[in-house]
Design a binder for this molecule. Structure first.
Ligand code: NAD
Length: 377
């Protein structure tokens, strides 16, 4: 009988529910050396926590996240709260000697993220960050195509994460607009494409960026008054240079009308190119030089059981994995790392490196100049 991995989940919103599902799916489809179980759920109030725990099948609930962290039964604290709360919760968990799984972006600033990484490293505790799109089998294929040299030397990366959930000026104020939680679209969405760029191509060394806030104020409640000024970016773009000599662009927008999950990149190399878009996350488009004249073009590769982790869910190609399955792959990798399996990346240290790029975008836009990542955090 495998030993239990007891999880305390903080938050039950969009991500809290996805994590709760993932922790149930992973042991059902993967052979795991531990038995993960969410044993307590914390939310803002006792009532919210109890309701969510009942629906998600969690035995215990609390309206005080500190109770969960103090609980000697808990091995891993899973944080899915708004960004401004990540640091306080993670630091308390580390102090209590718990491993921590935290949603992205890790913290409001790179300095905060560095403090968190150092605290965990000093305590010798494992950490895990929810950049789930790196777990997509097609993202792993992209990385393999680069590292195997199949597309040659990487020359150009054009990356974007665009959605439209803030494009309606009637969308009211929320924690995503609170500068206490960090930047706007560049942190919320941009952190995903930065993590992807680092995963597939490698570290970014310098950049020059520009930002805008296109909807300058929002109501505090829908249709209501008074309004509050928006102090974070709605859209951001940067020219970037990678350590390996590749160059490129990174864009983020939450006002990109019509776009729902356009986390995408086009990577051009000396021998071929890759196109990947999470709106169609089960397809990778690949072009390799040397094809017959009149027959040359991109091929569309559908995700299938030959690709990492797909076969655990489905024996047939082209049948499509979705967001929650990608999250289940993420928690499977966390469970393995907690049982002394392969080290998990991205951890807090890697999330700090992502946050440095986000902060460099803000600094560059503010000072209107090229910024080296070494200047930040
Ligand atoms: N990895 C991804 O693809 C992805 C997608 C969406 C959001 N996120 C990240 O997940 C985090 C949460 O985002 P969300 O969309 O789930 O937000 P949400 O607003 O839907 O949920 C937040 C939850 O935290 C709870 N909460 C707030 N204050 C709390 C407190 N003091 N104590 C306990 N619980 C508290 C809320 O009640 C709610 O249940 C953010 O960091 C966000 O950036 C990641």
């Amino acid at each position: 009988m495998s030993r239990p991995l007891r999880i305390g989940l903080v938050g039950s919103g969009f991500m809290g529910r996805s994590h709760a599902l993932a922790w149930r799916i992973a042991p059902a489809v993967f052979e795991l050396p531990v038995r993960p179980e969410v044993v307590v759920l914390a939310d803002r109030t006792e009532e919210l926590a109890t309701q969510a725990a009942r629906q998600l099948g969690v035995a215990r609930a609390t309206g005080d996240w500190r109770d969960l962290i103090r609980d000697p039964e808990i091995d891993l604290v899973d944080i899915t709260t708004p960004n401004a709360l990540h640091k306080e919760m993670a630091m308390a968990a580390i102090e209590a000697g718990k491993a921590v799984y935290c949603e992205k972006p890790l913290a409001p600033t790179a300095t905060d993220a560095r403090d968190m990484a150092e605290a965990a490293e000093n305590a010798g505790l494992p950490t895990f960050v929810g950049f789930n799109y790196l777990r997509n089998p097609m993202t792993r294929l992209a990385r393999d195509l680069v590292s195997s040299g199949e597309i040659g030397e990487p020359w150009s990366f054009r990356g974007i994460h665009a959605e439209d959930y803030m494009s309606d000026p009637g969308v009211p104020w929320s924690w995503r607009l609170d500068p206490a939680g960090g930047a706007g679209a560049i942190a919320d969405l941009g952190s995903h494409i930065v993590a992807m760029a680092r995963f597939v191509v490698g570290p970014i060394e310098e950049l020059v960026a520009d930002l805008d806030t296109v909807i300058p104020e929002r109501a505090i409640t829908r249709g209501g008054a008074p309004v509050r000024p928006v102090e974070v970016d709605d859209q951001a773009r940067a020219l970037v240079r990678f350590a390996n000599g590749a160059a490129g662009t990174i864009e983020a927008s939450w006002v990109s009308t019509g776009r729902k999950m356009h986390l995408a990149f086009e990577l051009t190399g000396s021998k071929g190119s890759i196109v990947l878009n999470m709106e169609r996350m089960n397809e990778l488009r690949l072009f390799v030089k040397g094809q017959a004249a009149g027959r040359a073009g991109f091929v569309e590769i559908p995700a299938g059981p030959e690709h990492a982790d797909y076969a655990a869910f489905c024996p047939a190609p082209g049948h499509q994995l979705g967001f929650n399955e990608i999250k289940a792959i993420e928690v499977k990798d966390i469970a393995l790392a907690m049982a002394d399996g392969p080290t998990f990346r991205p951890d807090f240290r890697e999330a700090y490196e992502v946050q440095r790029v986000v902060d460099a975008v803000l600094l560059s836009a503010r000072e209107r100049r090229w910024v080296s990542i070494d200047e930040v955090g």
